[in-house]
Every structure is written in structure tokens, then in C-alpha cells.
Design a binder for this molecule. Structure first.
Ligand code: SF4
Length: 448
């Protein structure tokens, strides 16, 4: 570790102990009535903003908070803290929409909304961990801006601009390159690649955030993809419904409805992000025939408990958004402070499965380094398995004996004997461990 890293690390540990002057720790997880923080912040911080401007996504975009000086007008930050955060933003810039800022409990340093939006000194202090491009996207790009990893689908990146720069972002490496949007020529090269590769049936439009493009500009891309006969579905990855829901206006929805099937994947990470504005945005999309799925990221201190995830997924179902994935936070440089052990994700899924509707339980996945793809992880429910039977446990840790239907039958339709000696032996061992009454041929319930 070089000297500057040591200094930063020491500063980071001090930061943990210190509280900026004049701030009071208030736990955000103690239930606030829905919308009360946002309403209070609107009155306190944004009372001067006319309702019409607040609802205008262009006003929200233009008025993003992008400097520490501006931020200090809204949040209590000591001079020392401001100096530290300037060091962070020199590496990883800041951008928060007024809408998202209004959701933060400004009296709570550990607020789960704050952690996603406001820079932390840990981003540079722990910079020794992680890599710039952990998913190896750049090596999987046959033409600039297009990632082709799986046989039947590609991802195209239209811009590096986002209304909010999420502190846990996988593409933080792009933030230093200034704002860019692909030129018409670059887009044509990507579309041409898709045209020439007839196995591609699914195109994911991502970024940055593609909804930062004007509706007209986005339509040019979507309509040219629609002209490619083998492209069956188009997916849009965007966090606008969460961080700037005003963007999901009638004009955008009318455009999207012309080029279906289009699916939209978004990223709600905490129940308090599900605001009336977000609910309206998702409802508009659904009415335009665009299904909305959620791809949450598991984040330390934000949503790393069973309660937080269950509440989030229940709120999503109430606005008809399907909890689709829960991602382990990628190993990105500058995000180590937000990453959780993999076991946390498995424990959360275990605490949800069976305890709430299956529709509310996302699939927990790790996106493997170097382009290995997504791997789903879940608790182990199969305790024993042979060709003839399984011993399974359910969500209450009760054991069940399940007869495995035979893979092969002889010409009379009778099951053939298992030829595998190890398998037969395993059955004997399994039976030997089961309590009396466990040999019911169908589903013997074995209460542990
Ligand atoms: S919206 Fe997505 S791409 Fe943009 S900063 Fe957030 S996580 Fe990254």
C-alpha cells in the first residue's frame, strides 16, 4: 500500500467515527409514513420551485446537483467533509436529480437513499479493491458500443449520460469521459452488426441511461431495430422510473407503444423509492403495453436485510412491477463499501421464499467476472438425491421425502431397476436416516 492510500484509508476510518457538526442520527428504517420525507423536503428545500417546473423532466435534468458546493446547500456537510468529497468527485462525479434528493432523509447519514446518490470517501479510500470493467464488457465488443456475449442477444450502449450517477454503478469507468451520445454513424454500425447476425433475437438498449436521449432520437434507434426481421424483442434498461419518473411522459409512451414488444427493466433498490410519481410512470408504461421488471442491486446498508427486500418487493407488486433479479453488486472499483457477502443474498432469498408470494421473490444472481455471464444462486433445498428419490426441505425446515419418477421404463411400462450401484446404496443410506413412516411411496412427510 503506498503512502497516499494509507492516508486515505486512515481518513476513511476517521470519517466513520465522525459526525458532521449539527447533524443528528435518525434511523430511516424506522417507518416513516409514505412520502412524508419527500413532502417535507419539497417544502424545506424546493419550496421556490413551481409545481409545473418540478413535473417537467427537462427542468429536473437541467437542475441536477453536480457539485459539492450545491450539495452543501441541501445537506449538512462540514468543511472537512466537503474537502473529502471533492477528492471523490475528482474521480467519480456527482449527479442527483432534485426528485431523488427530495427522497433523502437529510438528518440520517446512513439513509439508504442517500447511500445510493451521495458520494462517500470510501469510494477512493477503498480503491484498491475491484476493477474498472469487472464484467469484461470491452473485450466482448465486436463493434464500439455493442456487447455480444450470449448467442441470441446483444447489449447496445447509446450514451454514458445518466440523470443520477449511482454510487454502485457497474460502468463507473465511463463517468470520466465527459458526456457522450453515439453518433448516427456509430448507431448504424451497431444496427448493421445486428442485421448481419441472424441469431440475435433480443436487443437490450442500455447506457448510461438511454432515456436521456430525446424521444425523437430514441425513436430513430428503436424503429431501425424494428426493421430487422429477426429481432423479436427490444429491452430498455433505465433507472428513470426511479430517479426521474417525470421522464415517462405521454409522448415517450406513445412512441414505445408503436414498436412493441418492448420490455423495460428498471432498478428500484429500496421501498422508499416507490413514490406516487414512480407509480404513475410505471402505470403509463404498462398502459402503453410495456411490461416493467425490476433488477435490484444488493447493497450494504441499503437493502441487505430480509425485511428491506420483502418490503421493496411488496411495494413493487403493488405498482405491478415484477421483481425480476437481485444482483450481487459487481466487483467495481469504488464500490467496495456497498458490497455484501454472497451469503447475505442467499439468506435474504431463503427468508423470502415460502414466507411471501413467489411472485415477490427475485432471482439472486452473480454476474461473473470477465464475461462469464449470470449465475443464479439460491438456498439448498435438496438434501439428498438418487435416481429414485429425493429428500427436500421446505421453507420451514421440515423434511420431505419425494419419489422421483423413473426416467426409463421397459416395454410393459414398468420402471426399470436402477443400475447404478452407488445410487442404490445412497437410497439405503437415506432410508436408514429417516424416521419411521418415512417410506410412503408418494410424499412422506418427515418432521424434523
Ligand atoms: S442509472 Fe444505471 S448506468 Fe446510470 S449511474 Fe445508475 S446504475 Fe449506472
Amino acid at each position: 500500500m503506498n503512502r497516499s492510500t494509507t492516508v486515505l484509508t486512515n481518513e476513511a476510518s476517521k470519517l466513520e467515527e465522525e459526525e458532521p457538526p449539527g447533524t443528528k442520527q435518525v434511523k430511516s428504517d424506522e417507518e416513516e409514513p409514505p412520502g412524508s420525507i419527500a413532502a417535507a423536503n419539497r417544502n424545506k428545500l424546493f419550496a421556490h420551485v413551481p409545481e409545473e417546473s418540478w413535473k417537467d423532466w427537462r427542468w429536473q435534468f437541467r437542475n441536477r446537483i453536480t457539485t459539492i458546493e450545491e450539495l452543501a446547500r441541501y445537506l449538512p456537510l462540514s468543511l472537512k467533509e466537503q474537502a473529502q468529497l471533492r477528492l471523490v468527485t475528482a474521480n467519480y462525479p456527482l449527479s442527483v436529480t432534485p426528485h431523488y434528493l427530495s427522497l433523502i432523509n437529510i438528518d440520517d447519514l446512513n439513509d439508504p437513499i442517500r447511500k445510493q446518490a451521495i458520494p462517500s470517501f470510501h469510494e477512493v479510500a477503498l480503491a484498491g479493491s475491484g476493477t474498472e470493467d469487472p464484467l469484461g464488457e470491452e473485450k466482448d465488443s465486436p463493434v464500439p458500443g455493442l456487447v455480444h456475449r450470449y448467442p441470441d442477444r446483444v447489449l447496445i450502449v447509446l450514451t454514458n449520460l445518466c440523470p443520477m450517477l449511482c454510487r454502485h454503478c457497474t460502468r463507473k469507468r465511463e463517468w470520466r469521459h465527459g458526456g457522450w451520445v453515439r453518433t448516427p454513424n456509430e448507431i448504424e454500425v451497431m444496427v448493421d452488426y445486428i442485421r448481419r447476425n441472424t441469431t440475435i433475437r433480443d436487443v437490450i438498449i442500455s447506457g448510461g441511461d438511454p432515456l436521456t436521449l430525446s424521444t425523437r432520437h430514441l425513436e430513430q434507434v428503436v424503429s431501425s431495430l424494428r426493421l430487422v426481421g429477426h429481432v423479436e424483442i427490444i429491452r430498455i434498461g433505465t433507472r428513470f422510473p426511479v430517479v426521474l419518473p417525470q421522464r415517462i411522459d405521454d409522448e415517450l409512451c406513445a412512441m414505445l407503444s408503436k414498436y412493441g414488444p418492448i420490455w423495460l427493466n428498471t432498478q428500484f433498490n429500496h421501498a422508499r423509492e416507490v413514490t406516487p410519481e414512480s407509480a404513475r410512470a410505471c402505470d403509463r408504461l404498462l398502459r402503453a403495453g410495456v411490461p416493467v421488471n425490476n433488477q435490484a442491486v444488493l447493497l450494504r446498508g441499503v437493502n441487505d436485510t430480509i425485511e428491506a427486500q420483502t418490503k421493496l418487493c411488496h411495494e413493487l407488486l403493488k405498482i405491478k412491477v415484477r421483481p425480476y433479479y437481485l444482483f450481487e453488486c459487481d466487483e467495481v472499483k469504488g464500490t467496495e463499501h456497498l458490497r455484501t457477502p454472497v451469503e447475505t443474498g442467499i439468506r435474504i432469498i431463503e427468508g423470502m421464499r415460502g414466507h411471501t408470494s413467489g411472485l415477490a421473490v427475485p432471482t439472486f444472481v452473480i454476474d461473473l467476472p470477465n464475461g462469464g455471464g449470470k449465475v443464479p444462486l439460491q438456498p439448498n433445498y435438496v438434501l439428498w438425491q438418487t435416481e429414485q428419490e429425493l429428500i427436500l426441505r421446505n421453507y420451514e425446515f421440515h423434511l420431505f421425502h419425494y419419489r422421483n419418477p423413473c426416467r426409463r421404463r421397459n416395454h410393459n411400462g414398468n420402471a426399470r431397476q436402477a443400475s447404478d450401484a452407488t445410487g442404490s446404496h445412497s437410497v439405503q443410506m437415506a432410508k436408514a436416516t429417516l424416521p419411521l413412516g418415512a417410506s410412503d411411496e408418494n410424499r412422506a412427510l418427515i418432521r424434523s
